[in-house]
Design a protein. Sequence first.
Length: 206
Amino acid sequence: MTKARSSGTTDGEQSLLRQLTTVPNLLSILRLAGVPVFLWLLLGPEEDGWAFALLVVGGVTDWLDGKLARLLNQTTRIGQLLDPAADRLYIAAALLAFLLRGIVPWWVVALLVGRELVVGVGLVVLRRHRFAPPEVTYIGKAATFVLMYALPLLLVTHDASTTATEIAQPFAYAFTVWGVVLYLWSGALYVWQIARAVLRASGRKV
């Protein structure tokens, strides 16, 4: 865990506009713009097919912007914030819609939202102690990846009785369970990192 640096040295001499107009960040902005459309498709006309397609496009651009950032040497601090923000908003939008439509039980949503609230409070504490946010862990990336597979699978297997959907249901439930477990595990790791950094800053041993 490192101390937060001043805004003038975060990405060298790059301006905010220059960071936002890189190809990877434009893809992240495009994903963010799709979140309200995705939510409207699920709750308004209930066009699950289009919502599924948009979620797939979001998943592809999620993979693509990371690859392009490394390939084009366009990794920026703004991109490191936009990318996970888009993931979280898609997951939050899907959970809200799925809860209202009875696709997932309330306790699944409560666990995931609770995790976000706890980590969010921890980040506020870090900020007050002038620490930078913790690096995204491999488990955190895996949790997001699994949930992004679970959500469309849950969507296409909802209220369906075809042979294909019946075969897909066990996979949808398995991805959901593993995604929730990994998401909670990654949250616990973030809380541990935050607590260790704060205790060390106050001169206490962990």
